[in-house]
Design a protein around this ligand. Structure first.
Ligand SMILES: Cc1cc2nc3c(=O)[nH]c(=O)nc-3n(C[C@H](O)[C@H](O)[C@H](O)COP(=O)(O)OP(=O)(O)OC[C@H]3O[C@@H](n4cnc5c(N)ncnc54)[C@H](O)[C@@H]3O)c2cc1C
Length: 498
């Protein structure tokens, strides 16, 4: 790329809006092309069906959003989003046991995905410098194999086609991107692609939380054990604005995920702990059961193409998608946008291949974390060239199980693991001598026999009578360990409202 003046972003969702905002710092004319019409308030729309399911924005992505759109996190908090400090404010059953609720440097934003998109969109477009073409679909790239010069678009109402010229076209059209076809039409060779598909599917349902529970009760995560030899089964209860819970049940291939209302709670009872089932059994459902089967990890390698065209970049889900259970998609997209910002800030020409390589490097951490875990599930379909996924599996899994287990009971190890899980620190940190030294000297807390919930928290969800606050396990499985529970107070960190 020489000094680009005119940029076009294809797709106006999470990655598209952040990209448009970032480009508007470097270019005079930025246009977003979006197939849908944006709702005037936080509402679901056709182009982002995943918004029906629980979403967490990890701090690794949230901090980038805040850098491009200052004030966004406060605006989300004002609209009812919760800021959860991990692991202090969450209750998690990991593959190797219950996690102590240790403090950390990291947080996650929890609210409806429609609210996240709406606030980011409003903040982006309030700058006034970005042109938006709604109900407009990108249908073809214009130019030559060496250089893209624009895009052909179709008005989805009239069917009329026009061309838009640009120095830079960014594909942010998500997992359904037609990039492979567009490149083939230009005569370019196919892009290399890795796929790790554990057959993950999601089903979610909105519930009315008991009064006070969306603020005062922690989010709950029940994970699967990939080494059990059985299909993985997961469950989560996340707070949302408006006093609601979004409850997501998930499963890998063969888990027999429910699609009918009648099967929802029974499936939750098959998880490794009945907490999710207990929480929702008496709660009022507010929606149907919504199913999504987009759970594979898939990564394209555009940077490997010898002749990547000038004037074209790809990021967000169009570049790499991850099993949603890790909550990394939005943060990975934000990291890609930040990488492009750094490239464009450099003086001189910006070759597209170099910029694309920088963007692709930022998806590597979430890719390897998700793919190396999912590959362990039974009946996982794998088609990869990544050498880290094709050899040495036994050693890798043994080490990862060792540190996962340690993090459950060690405040310092847990803090580093949370840095990594939130995409704030690279997983390479876990192989440093610094981290190994930390593991060798850290003191372990007692193993938890049951979910670390305080009596106040249990009372909020009407489970108090069944769960003494300080004993280990009850017949029901609920209990609390006094030293592991901070309190049921509303959460805040660094002065931010929860
Ligand atoms: C069930 C589920 C749960 C998830 N949970 C989490 C989570 O907890 N945390 C997290 O970080 N991530 C999560 N993700 C991933 C997250 O949703 C995605 O990573 C994120 O939406 C990617 O943003 P994007 O803008 O790249 O793509 P999308 O959000 O998919 O947006 C693509 C946009 O492009 C538009 N479009 C498509 N084709 C065209 C075209 N030809 N012309 C014009 N416009 C077009 C679409 O209408 C849409 O607006 C989850 C995903 C799923 C499926």
């Amino acid at each position: 790329m020489t000094e680009p003046e005119r940029g076009i972003v294809l797709g106006g969702s999470w990655a598209g809006m952040l990209t448009a905002r970032m480009l508007s710092r470097h270019m005079r004319h930025v246009t977003v092309v979006e197939r849908d019409v944006f709702p005037a308030e936080p509402r679901l729309r056709k182009g982002t069906p995943q918004a029906r399911h629980s979403h967490i924005l990890w701090s690794g992505g949230a901090r980038i959003v805040e850098e491009f759109l200052p004030g966004t996190l406060d605006r989300l908090a004002d609209a009812g989003a919760r800021r959860i400090v991990f692991q202090r404010d969450a209750v998690t059953l990991g593959p190797h046991g219950w996690q102590h609720r240790f403090p950390s440097r990291q947080f996650g934003i929890m609210c409806g995905r429609a609210l996240l998109d709406w606030v980011v969109r409003e903040e982006t477009l309030s700058t006034g410098s970005i042109d938006v073409r709604q109900h407009t679909e990108a249908v073809q790239l214009l130019g030559e194999p060496e250089r893209i010069t624009g895009v052909r678009v179709r008005d989805t109402t009239s069917g009329a086609e026009t061309t838009l010229r640009a120095d830079l076209v960014v594909d942010a059209t998500g997992r359904g991107s037609r990039l492979a076809n567009w490149l083939a039409d230009l005569g370019l060779p196919p892009l290399e692609e890795d796929v790790v598909d554990a057959g993950m599917a999601y089903c979610s349902r909105l519930y009315q939380a008991p009064p006070g529970a969306t603020d005062g009760f922690p989010p709950v995560n029940i994970a699967a054990d990939p080494h059990s030899g059985e299909p993985g089964r997961f469950g989560a209860v996340y707070p949302q604005e408006g006093g609601r819970w979004i409850v997501t049940l998930a499963g890998t291939r063969g888990a027999k995920l429910p699609s009918r209302e009648a099967d929802f709670v029974p499936y939750a009872r098959t998880l490794r702990d009945p907490l999710v089932a207990d929480l929702i059994e008496g709660a009022e459902p507010l929606s149907d059961v919504m199913v999504s089967r987009f759970g594979a990890n898939r990564r394209l390698y555009p940077e490997r193409l010898d002749a990547w065209p000038e004037g074209l970049l790809v990021l967000g889900d169009a570049l790499a998608v991850f099993n949603p259970i890790y909550g990394h998609g939005m943060s990975a997209a934000a990291r890609g946008v930040a990488a492009l910002d750094e490239q464009l800030a450099k003086p001189g020409p910006h070759p597209a291949r170099e910029a694309q390589r920088a963007i692709s490097e930022r998806v590597d951490d979430p890719w390897i974390m998700a793919a190396s875990k999912d590959i362990e599930y039974v009946d996982c379909h794998v088609r990869v060239t990544d050498p880290r996924l094709t050899g040495g599996a036994a050693d890798r899994h043994q080490f990862s199980a060792f540190i996962d287990t340690r993090a459950l009971r060690s405040p310092a190890v847990s803090a580093v693991m949370t840095d990594v899980a939130s995409l704030s620190v690279s997983p390479a940190e876990l192989s440093t001598s610094r981290f190994l030294a930390l593991m060798s000297r850290d003191e372990l807390r007692p193993e938890l026999a049951a979910p670390p919930l305080s009596a106040e928290e249990l009372a909020l969800v009407n489970l108090g009578a069944r769960a003494p606050a300080t004993t280990a396990a009850t017949p029901h499985g609920l209990a609390a360990t006094a030293d592991s529970v901070s309190s049921a107070r509303p959460v805040s960190e660094e002065g931010h409202p929860s």
